[in-house]
Design a protein around this ligand. Structure first.
Ligand code: ADP
Ligand code: TYD
Length: 203
């Protein structure tokens, strides 16, 4: 099973993914956890572009979008497809839905979709549905440095883009909405409730 987890910055994505992993392992799944941008050489290029302070190249948004796509094809070939072949359950923290939601702030939605056409659809898309207020509260409370996308108005637009891209792909994959406004100790229960139908026909 191939699962992509998406949400705006401050949605509590990493925290939620830990709980999803714990739940899937309790169901006997062998979980392979991974993320984009990756830790591969292509991921380093992306992170360099993303950092406001460390980048030595002026940001060209098309270049950034292409870098994310290059990192993604590398990710699929080096990590995701091999793990799926080994029957592992892959959870990726972000996938091409992130590219559409974030990069289409600056370049056309259709163009970003086009350069990601190679990316095979996951079986399940998990969207962490969080209020903008909660996300901003977490980002200002817990983060020392900010990345280029962590600004309120941008988060709002990214959230709208996410909902648009999800609507577009909804017919082709299973979408699970998790409540991103919950306290940490309530996340596992939400995961259990929303994921259990996936295991209903297995024992
Ligand atoms: P993301 O991956 O979306 O950037 P993280 O899971 O790393 O978010 O969480 C960012 C910060 O917010 C962390 O310090 C974490 O402890 C806190 N946090 C995450 N989820 C919650 C939650 N549901 N309630 C309260 N605080 C949270
Ligand atoms: P991430 O590592 O999830 O953020 P953090 O570690 O700060 O929680 O992602 C880094 C940033 O990259 C985040 O702002 C979202 C952005 N991003 C894109 O713009 N496009 C993409 O295709 C991906 C995968 C991430």
């Amino acid at each position: 099973m191939f699962i992509a987890v998406e949400g705006i910055d401050g949605s509590g994505k990493s925290t939620t993914i830990r709980e999803i992993k714990r739940y899937l392992e309790s169901k006997g799944e062998a979980v392979y956890l991974t993320a984009e941008p990756t830790t591969l050489a292509t991921g380093k290029i992306v992170r360099n572009f993303l950092s406001e302070t460390n980048s030595d190249t002026p940001l060209i948004h098309e270049m950034l979008a292409l870098s994310f796509a290059a990192d993604r094809i590398n990710h699929l070939r080096e990590e995701i497809w091999p793990a799926l072949r080994k029957k592992q359950t892959v959870i990726t923290d972000r996938y091409f839905f992130s590219s559409i939601a974030y990069q289409s702030l600056n370049v056309s939605y259709e163009w970003v979709k086009g350069i990601n056409r190679f990316a095979t659809l996951p079986d399940v898309l998990v969207f962490i549905d969080v209020s903008i207020d909660k996300a901003v509260e977490r980002l200002t409370k817990f983060r020392a440095s900010t990345e280029i996308y962590e600004k309120r108005e941008l988060l709002q637009q990214i959230d709208r883009n996410y909902r648009e891209v999800i609507k577009e792909f909804e017919g082709n994959l299973k979408v699970i909405y998790l409540n991103g406004n919950l306290d940490i100790d309530k996340i596992y229960g939400d995961v259990e409730e929303k994921f259990s139908p996936l295991f209903a026909d297995k024992k």
